[in-house]
Design a protein around this ligand. Structure first.
Ligand code: ZN
Length: 511
């Protein structure tokens, strides 16, 4: 196959017509939408020996700005997709920098743990009225994949450049818990902060008797009690759908005791770190990773207290009834979910923010409800499902490698269960050595094996042989780089199914 060197030999620069050139570059391993001309310099991404490089042709300011190997002095340069070059890219091309998603109805977190999924996501999303949050990782994910926020954002910026996607994307520091974590994400240029204050939610209150609740409540400062009671006690708050939220004494006290510390924590952190910022930041409050489902009263209380404390909420993630396990459909009673979700949605609209659905991968049975009730004004987070589609590629094209990894995952499942709660039962997973090669991809369609591969991603990527070299990681990346197109196609199909179940229709052409 020809490469970018041949492209350089066979054409004259600067090109006469960039659009015409785009049509002919695929044959050289060049990403057509990445072709950009600035001040007479031409730059683009190309694949070379299974690696992506930034190629710059010219002699001007742009040529000098990027660091790389000079192929022809003052004419041709091949640059790595490094952090330094990503910073230059973001300066030269503002669309490769993340931005706030305020004003966009449907927003979607498309976590990319491998730094490989965003091009496929963009190829899909460009046809839909959906704002993508491409860089989205929690600290847990960073630790398990041994990546940094810089690397996660850089991968998104390069993907946006590769696809020529100029409609804007977000970067979400997901499930951040401490001031240091929030500050780190902000310093790296992240535009969305998801604060997880679950460590400050008191889950023990639900188990207390009414008398115990009363006793604990009396220990709160007098002025706090006074203010709470004045504001909420025996009062009813009408919502836009005709329902009202009311607070009886004991439920109010339970809610106050459960959430007060987390509310104070959030208000302090917000006012200290986020309020002073000049540029808009999307702030999400996540109370989803806790034991008890968020009642509509609790949701109302938390939101109302945060707003009174000066917090500008973009989205809030309640803990819904039922189970939102990773990488599989909703587990629970759909009728109950629908009733509760409708109320959560009305509360969110009442205060002017949107509901955020965490662990939104593959929740196909409830997506129609989510789409209808929110009329598309919602944030949905996915991440693990993009990793699973990457593993489907391995199952399809590298069956021997897949079997090795599958066995490794089974052998290390107990370790992975420390990080993620799943209900998968290994006895339901067929013996991988008894399956024919062409049957392996179907493991990615079965809940038990999906969850097995889903939660072991960190162990798989970090696994080392006795000599300290990666057991799987290099072979995996080699395969994913080889089957790049096929991975894109699987993502377009699978995330496309998310959009269609949510009822999101393609943008009508030009208008
Ligand atoms: Zn969450």
């Amino acid at each position: 196959m020809k490469n970018w060197r041949d492209f350089y030999q066979e054409n004259s620069f600067p090109p006469q017509n960039l659009d015409q050139l785009k049509a002919s570059v695929v044959a050289f391993g060049i990403y057509p939408e990445s072709l950009h001309e600035v001040e007479g310099d031409l730059l683009f991404l190309a694949k070379d020996e299974n690696q992506k490089r930034l190629i710059v042709i010219g002699s001007g300011r742009i040529f000098e700005a990027f660091q790389g190997d000079t192929v022809i002095e003052g004419q041709l340069k091949s640059c790595p997709l490094s952090h330094e070059n990503a910073k230059v890219l973001r300066q030269l091309f503002p669309f490769t920098s993340p931005v706030s998603h305020k004003g966009h109805a449907t927003t979607m977190g498309l976590g990319d743990r491998l730094g490989l999924a965003s091009p496929g996501h963009l190829k899909l999303i460009k046809d839909y009225p959906v704002f993508p949050v491409l860089a989205q990782q929690s600290i847990r994910e960073l630790n398990l994949t041994q990546r940094t926020y810089d690397e996660v954002l850089d991968a998104a910026s390069w993907a946006v450049f590769q696809e020529g996607y100029t409609n804007g994307f977000g970067a979400d520091g997901d499930h951040l818990k401490t001031e240091e974590e929030v500050q780190m994400a902000l310093d790296c240029g992240y535009t969305m902060i998801t604060l997880d204050c679950s460590d400050h939610i008191d889950n023990t209150i639900t188990q207390l008797s009414d008398e115990e609740v009363e006793a604990r409540y009396q220990m709160l400062p007098v002025d706090v009690v006074q203010r709470l009671e004045q504001k909420y006690l025996n009062r009813s708050f009408p919502l836009e759908n005709g329902e009202t939220i009311t607070f009886d004494p004991i439920p109010l006290k339970r809610i106050a005791l459960t959430y007060c510390r987390s509310i104070d924590y959030t208000i302090n952190l917000y006012n200290k770190l986020l309020k002073p910022l000049k540029k808009p930041i999307d702030f999400e409050m996540s109370i989803d990773e806790t034991l008890t489902p968020t009642s509509p009263q609790a949701h109302f209380f938390v939101a109302s207290q945060l707003i009174e404390g000066g917090v500008n909420i973009t989205s809030l993630a309640p803990r819904f009834c039922g189970e939102f396990q990773k990488g599989i459909d909703y587990i629970g009673n759909i009728v109950d979910f629908e009733r509760e979700f409708a109320l959560h949605e009305v509360i969110a609209s009442h205060f002017g923010y949107k509901i955020s659905i965490h662990s939104g991968s593959d929740k196909f049975s409830i997506f129609p409800i989510v789409g209808q009730k929110t009329k598309g004004r919602v944030h949905v987070k996915t991440a693990g499902t993009n990793w699973l589609e990457a593993m489907r590629i391995i199952a399809r094209f590298e069956p021997a490698l897949y079997r090795e990894i599958h066995q490794y995952a089974l052998d290390h499942l107990d370790e992975a269960k420390q990080y993620y709660h799943i209900s998968a039962r290994t006895e339901n997973i067929p013996d991988v050595h008894g399956l024919a090669d062409e049957e392996l991809p179907s493991l990615m369609d079965r809940d038990d094996s999906r969850q097995l591969i889903h939660i072991t991603y960190g162990l798989i990527l970090q696994a080392q042989g006795e000599d300290g070299t990666p057991l799987f990681k290099d072979r995996l990346y080699h395969a994913w780089n080889t089957y790049e197109k096929e991975y894109e196609e699987e993502l377009i199909r699978h995330i496309g199914k998310h959009l269609s179940k949510l009822g999101i229709r393609k943008k009508s052409p030009e208008g």
